[in-house]
Write a protein that binds this ligand. Structure first.
Ligand SMILES: [Zn+2]
Length: 445
C-alpha cells in the first residue's frame, strides 16, 4: 500500500494517533538510581537502570548503556522499585475520623459527592507510590451505586489520576454481620432488609446469586465477611458469620467465574473454615492460632494483616463507641503474636492496610509495623510487589522490574533495607510509563 506523502495528511494522522493514545508510544526514558529493587530478589542491584519505552519496561540492570535519544532521569541516592500494591483498601470512603460523625456523614452526603471525594483519595494513594490497589468493598447503606467501579473505570480511561484498581463492589455477608450496613440503626429505618443486591446473603444459593450479581456489575474480585469485625455495631469481633456450606458456595462460584476470594476474618474458627473452603486470602486474621496458620501455609492461602488499621484505632480510641473500643483492643492484643507466628512459619503474606480506616496516602506506614513484628525489610517490600501481584493474579503484567512488564516504577530516598520508613517518602512515581510524581525534576537531563 502506498501512503500519500502529503505532509498535511500525515500530520493529521499523527495528531489522531496522539489523541487516541496519550502515552507517547516512542518516548524512551532511562531511570537511574544508586540502588534498584526488582520486586523479587533478596538483594538490591547497584547502579540500577530501567529503560522505559512507552508504557513498557524495555530493559533492567546494573549500569546499562542508555539508548541514544533517551531522556535520562538520574534520581541519585535513591532506590528504584516496582510500584507498590496495597491488597486491602477502601478508596471510596474515609472513616478515619470520629466514628459517629462519619456514620452520619455517609447518610447525609449524596453518592455523587462521595464519588468526587473518592477521586482525591485515589490521587493521594498513587502519589504515595501505590500504583495498584485491591479495593475490598464499597457500599453505602440504602445505595445501589457502584462507586468503586466508576472510580476504576475513570482511572483506566485517564479521566482522573489514581492507582490501577481491582474492585470488589459490595462486600458479601450475613444478615446482621460485619457487612450489614443497616446494623445498629433502628429496625427498618431504610424501609427494607438488605438483600443480595446489597451483598447480604443467608444461604449457599443466596451467596451464589450475590457473587453473580457483583460480577455482572463489574467486580474483579469477591470480598466476603466470614467473621465479625471491629467497626460494626451489631456483632462480636470473632464469631463465625457464614456457614461452611455458604463459604464453599462463595469460593466455588467465584472461582468458576475466575475471580479470587478475599475474606474479612478475625476469628479462628471462621478462618479455619474459610481456609478449608479454599479462599485466596484471609484479611486481618487477628485471632488465628498456630494450627490455623499451618493449614494456611499448607494450602498456600495468603494473609493480609492490615496492621495499620488496628494501629490507627488504638491511637484514636476516643473516636469510637465503647463497644468498638473493646473489640479493637481485643483484636490488636491478639494480632501481634499471630503475625509473628505467620512470619516465622512462612505463611504467604500480602501487603494490605485497610486504608480508609486511616487517611488515604499513609499506606506505606504498614511497612514499619511489619518489620517491627519480625519481617525483614526485603520481605516486606516483596509482599507489596511480587507477592501481591501473585495474589491479585496480575504477575504477568506488574509486580517486578523486568523486561516486558508495564512500567509501574517508584523511587524512594536512601536505602529501605536500612531504614524501612524510606517507603513513606516516595519521591518518584511512574504508572504505565507516565510520570505521576517527580520531586527531583531538576535532575532530569
Ligand atoms: Zn477493610
Amino acid at each position: 500500500m502506498r501512503i500519500s506523502p502529503d505532509s498535511a495528511v500525515l500530520g493529521a494522522i499523527a495528531l489522531l494517533f496522539a489523541s487516541a493514545f496519550p502515552v507517547a508510544a516512542d518516548e524512551t526514558i532511562a531511570l537511574k538510581a544508586v540502588r534498584l529493587f526488582d520486586g523479587k530478589s533478596k538483594t538490591f542491584v547497584q547502579n540500577g537502570v530501567v529503560i522505559v519505552q512507552g508504557n513498557m519496561i524495555l530493559d533492567v540492570g546494573s549500569n546499562l548503556p542508555v539508548p541514544s535519544g533517551a531522556r535520562v532521569l538520574d534520581l541519585g541516592d535513591a532506590t528504584l522499585s516496582p510500584g507498590f500494591m496495597d491488597a486491602h483498601t477502601h478508596l471510596t470512603s474515609d472513616s478515619s475520623g470520629n466514628y459517629n460523625l462519619t456514620r452520619l456523614q455517609r447518610l447525609e452526603l449524596n453518592v455523587s459527592e462521595q464519588a468526587i471525594r473518592a477521586t482525591v483519595f485515589a490521587r493521594a494513594t498513587v502519589e504515595a507510590g501505590f500504583t495498584t490497589v485491591r479495593d475490598l468493598g464499597s457500599g453505602l447503606a440504602a445505595s445501589r451505586e457502584f462507586i468503586d467501579v466508576a472510580l476504576r473505570n475513570s482511572i483506566n480511561k485517564g479521566v482522573i489520576v489514581g492507582p490501577r484498581m481491582l474492585v470488589a463492589t459490595k462486600g458479601i455477608g450475613a444478615t446482621g454481620g460485619h457487612f450489614d450496613r443497616t446494623g445498629g440503626f433502628r429496625d427498618f429505618l431504610f424501609g427494607r432488609e438488605p438483600d443480595y443486591t446489597d451483598g447480604i446473603a443467608d444461604s449457599p444459593d443466596d451467596v451464589r446469586k450475590a457473587v453473580r450479581f457483583e460480577v455482572k456489575n463489574g467486580a474483579d474480585v469477591i470480598k466476603a465477611a466470614v467473621s465479625g469485625g471491629v467497626l460494626s455495631l451489631a456483632d462480636e469481633v470473632d464469631t463465625p458469620q457464614l456457614t461452611p456450606a455458604e463459604m464453599m458456595a462463595l469460593v466455588d462460584e467465584s472461582h468458576r467465574l475466575r475471580k479470587k476470594v478475599a475474606v474479612h476474618c478475625h476469628g479462628d474458627q471462621a478462618a479455619r473454615e474459610a481456609i478449608e473452603a479454599g479462599v485466596d486470602s484471609i484479611e486481618h486474621g487477628s485471632f488465628m492460632k498456630p494450627e490455623t496458620l499451618r493449614r494456611m501455609k499448607a494450602k498456600g492461602t495468603f494473609l493480609t494483616p492490615t496492621l495499620m488499621a488496628g494501629e490507627w484505632v488504638m491511637s484514636k480510641l476516643d473516636n469510637y463507641p465503647p463497644a468498638l473500643q473493646e473489640k479493637g483492643k481485643a483484636a490488636v492484643a491478639a494480632r501481634s503474636e499471630m503475625f509473628r507466628n505467620a512470619v516465622r512459619m512462612g505463611v504467604k503474606i500480602s501487603f494490605g492496610t485497610d486504608a480508609a480506616v486511616f487517611p488515604h496516602g499513609q499506606n506505606a506506614k504498614e511497612f514499619k509495623l511489619m518489620v517491627d513484628l519480625g519481617m525483614t525489610p526485603i520481605d516486606a517490600l516483596r509482599s507489596a510487589t511480587s507477592s501481591n501481584a501473585d495474589l491479585l493474579g496480575i504477575a504477568q503484567k506488574v509486580g517486578t522490574l523486568e523486561k516486558d512488564k508495564l512500567a509501574d516504577i517508584i523511587a524512594m530516598p536512601g536505602d529501605p533495607s536500612l531504614d524501612i520508613t524510606a517507603t513513606e517518602r516516595i519521591s518518584f512515581v511512574m504508572k504505565e510509563g507516565k510520570i505521576v510524581r517527580n520531586e527531583d525534576r531538576a535532575q532530569g537531563r
